[in-house]
Design a protein around this ligand. Sequence first.
Ligand code: HEC
Ligand code: HEC
Length: 167
Amino acid sequence: MQSPLFLAAALTLAVAAQPLLGQNAPAAAGQTIPQAQTGGRPRRPQPKPVNLKVLPKNIAREDLIKIMRGYAGSLGVECSFCHARNPQTHKLDFPSDAKDDKTIARTMIQMTQTINEQYMTQVHDPDAMPEDKHVTCGTCHRGNSMPEHFVPLAEPRRRPSDDEAPQ
Ligand code: HEC
Ligand code: HEC
């Protein structure tokens, strides 16, 4: 049986791994990370997220970016599908909420979390592989920003084993 922790993993990858970065204090974009927090290694300054409303606020930057790449790949889109550009610099303004698709994505993140936490944990299917134990963005989206319409065949194909089923 899978641990419930596993089920939450898709959205909350190794969030607790970096307690030093786990402060919720707002940080200015472009803020440098003190060397004490990078284990003494010099690192290119990375802005801390300042506008997380559904993902854990103390998430490590690299986990956040991994999750974001997952969204982009699952929907077959670029970062700019959800993130608006700064009109002056033309660079992506990640904290901005100007695009509706970012707002929709927040609802989708919460929906996916609820499905996994409240429903998938109740399914104990011996046939399921570990990767079947939770839904992801890709379960529905399959590389499309809008999930494709699926129309079931009017007459299901008969399988040999159907002949053995009671009528
Ligand atoms: C399907 C929509 C979607 C795509 C595609 C996407 N993001 Fe995001 N991104 C979000 C949402 C939603 C949030 C806010 C999450 C929250 O509120 O907890 C976010 C937040 C962020 C943040 C934190 C900004 C802040 O300071 O609050 C960064 C950085 C980020 N995304 C980078 C990226 C990068 C880089 C890519 C491309 C690899 C990307 N995103 C692709 C939806 C998306
Ligand atoms: C249970 C199925 C399902 C899952 C899981 C799911 N979505 Fe969706 N998503 C949909 C459906 C259905 C729509 C179309 C709904 C609408 O636009 O009214 C949609 C629409 C969207 C849109 C708007 C697309 C557009 O072109 O307007 C975004 C963005 C999105 N989803 C992001 C995500 C992200 C990110 C995840 C994972 C955190 C996710 N979705 C997980 C079913 C799902």
